[in-house]
Design a protein around this ligand. Structure first.
Ligand SMILES: Nc1ncnc2c1ncn2[C@@H]1O[C@H](COP(=O)(O)OP(=O)(O)OP(=O)(O)O)[C@@H](O)[C@H]1O
Length: 574
């Protein structure tokens, strides 16, 4: 591509020389000079051949250019996705790091990197054109050549100053841009439509969006005004320089009668002005692209998986269980103690339930157990071995976890369940067994394409499920994993009581095989557990079976009675 581009760029130099020679020969022929006519025709023929060659090289260059664009956009998009999967959860949950991600994602379609390459090539092409024409010009008059060559520089400097300012402005905007996209998202997606419509929030979000846009507009207008001033005044210098050179060329042609040379100057001036201007503007654009691409590279350079594991394989079945010893945790960048000297054991093959108020720290425990974060103090042991000694991927592969905010994959049922063990997604038996354990098999049997039915509404022929049905699908995904440790964060909050009882029956069936931790607010869910931990402000304040805790008549008994009274319509006794 580079060779083709450079070859085609050398053509204008030859054209200037040939044009001058053709015009001069015509002038001589008109003066009756012998052989001049033949020379003029030869120069004309050479010009024709050059034009055809130039055209063919251009077409070829454009084809290669498309290939380059395709290849770059594919590769960069993929690299950004891969990088996204290699970061830590912390980088997604921290506003500053998230801004960095967003800035990089804006460049992730590879458009800018393609632009950078093609800009680099076009600058080199223009350089070759300018050089080839300059050779001819310098031979005629070094001063005129110098003037013509340097004339575009002032206006390009102006562009570069502006580009830097524009980048600084855009850089500082990341958070506001994110806010803008968020308002757009809230007013244009199915997830938010119901609330936005019924709470009549549309005008409010549009107004917030408009305020941000207007502020952007105000700053951009200021910038554009300043740019016009700078570009205008420096550009005037460029115009004066090139016009001066032209004046000089006209004067000297009037003196010595070299009309061919004047024609050559005129053509050269047009070519050089376009090329030198194109080249210097290209440099300004390159400068801008490298500034913006800095965002992409800053993202690609982000440290990957700072949480690392050891080499020990995770046990296929726990012997002893999971133990939290004096575990404390503070989210990075914050100072609130979320877990405060936590001590508890989940015996192997048993089911332990965690209850506690919102914000007590239950989900944070799951994040530590799955090593999405590291404790600030204390240690977590699995079968008496510190958790960090296990191979990280192996550990995560052996935990079947479903978070409260599980994903509703807009994909077929088979994928939604099969993602629990992606290698076994085509194993019909396993997918069906998982669906049965999650209580979703009867729903699937009524779907038009059974396990191949598309779920959700984003793609054609997708079937939308109810909230509880989606939750059952997510549970099936956890069962699909057949992991020795199962962690379910509010797994049945949207599931009806009958289905919940069935699912927990199955969870009990796998007890003995798996060690499970269930977080729940519903006491009907909690009571089936072998042991219940009651949490408050990052600590375990009560521990025991359902009956033990009722007998102890503490916080658990109070909360249980409160919920039971709610069901029975009686006031809670305390
Ligand atoms: N990524 C985070 N960064 C900083 N603080 C966080 C983060 N996630 C949660 N927290 C804080 O940690 C505390 C515990 O949150 P956690 O999600 O563990 O509570 P929870 O017991 O699971 O609550 P819920 O019952 O509402 O699900 C809360 O005060 C919350 O504000």
């Amino acid at each position: 591509f580079a060779v083709v581009s450079v070859l085609s760029a050398a053509i204008p130099g030859a054209q200037v020389g040939l044009t001058a020679s053709a015009v001069q020969s015509v002038a001589h022929a008109a003066g009756g000079s012998e052989g001049a006519q033949r020379q003029a025709l030869q120069a004309g023929l050479a010009l024709l051949i050059l034009a055809v060659a130039g055209h063919l090289l251009d077409v070829w260059g454009q084809y290669l250019d498309s290939l380059l664009r395709l290849e770059l956009t594919t590769k960069i998009g993929e690299q950004v996705m891969v990088k996204g999967t290699r970061l830590d959860l912390q980088q997604y949950e921290d506003a500053e790091a998230y801004d960095k991600l967003q800035r990089a994602f804006q460049e992730s379609n590879g458009g800018r990197i393609y632009q950078l390459f093609s800009e680099m090539l076009s600058v080199s092409r223009e350089l070759v054109t300018v050089a080839s024409v300059s050779v001819v010009l310098f031979a005629w008059s070094p001063w005129v050549a110098l003037f013509i060559l340097l004339s575009p520089i002032p206006s390009v400097i102006a562009h570069m100053i502006y580009t830097h300012k524009a980048f600084d402005v855009e850089y500082a905007r990341a958070a506001d841009r994110r806010r803008m996209y968020y308002y757009q998202y809230l007013t244009t997606t199915d997830h938010s439509f119901k609330e936005v419509r019924l709470f009549q929030l549309g005008p409010y979000f549009v107004e917030r969006y408009r305020k941000l846009v207007l502020e952007f507009f105000r700053i951009d207008r200021q910038l554009a005004r300043r740019q016009s001033g700078i570009v205008g005044s420096l550009g005037l210098l460029s115009v004066l320089a090139s016009s001066g050179a032209l004046l000089w060329a006209i004067g000297s042609a009037a003196d010595d009668g070299q009309v061919g040379r004047l024609a050559g100057y005129l053509q050269a001036m047009g070519t050089i002005q376009a090329s030198a201007h194109g080249m210097l503007l290209g440099i300004a654009t390159l400068y801008k692209d490298t500034l913006f691409l800095g965002n992409l590279f800053a993202f690609l350079d982000l440290p990957e998986r700072r949480i690392t594991g050891g080499t020990r394989p995770f046990p296929a079945k726990l012997r002893k269980g999971i133990e939290f010893q004096n575990v404390s945790f503070v989210y990075p960048g914050t100072d609130r103690v979320v877990l405060d000297g936590l001590d508890f054991v989940i015996p192997a093959g048993k089911c332990v339930a965690l209850v506690g108020q919102n914000g007590a720290g239950k989900t944070s425990i799951v994040k530590l157990l799955t090593r999405l974060y590291e404790p600030t103090g204390g240690r977590i042991l699995i079968d008496d071995v510190p958790i960090e000694e296990y191979d990280l991927d192996d550990l995560q592969r052996h935990i079947g976890v479903i978070f409260q905010d599980f994903i509703r994959y807009e994909m077929p049922v088979r994928s939604n369940i099969g993602f629990g063990r992606v290698e076994a997604m085509d194993d019909d038996e396993r997918v069906r067994a998982a669906a049965m354990a999650g209580g979703v098999d009867t729903i699937v049997s009524e779907l038009p394409d059974k396990y191949d039915t598309m779920l959700g509404r984003h793609f054609e022929e997708g079937r939308q499920l109810s909230g509880g049905q989606w939750q059952k699908v997510a549970l099936s995904r956890a069962f699909m994993r057949k992991a020795p440790v199962v962690v379910l964060d509010e797994p049945t909050s949207a599931i009806d009581a009958e289905a919940e009882a069935e699912i927990f029956g199955r969870l009990r069936d796998i007890a003995g095989e798996a060690t499970s931790l269930i977080i729940a607010h519903r006491f009907s869910t909690v009571r089936i557990a072998d042991k219940i931990l009651v949490m408050d402000q990052g600590r375990v304040i009560e521990e025991g079976t359902h009956d033990d805790l009722l007998r102890a008549d503490g916080v658990y008994a109070y909360l249980f009675n409160l919920q039971a009274a709610g069901y029975l319509g009686e006031p809670a006794s305390q």
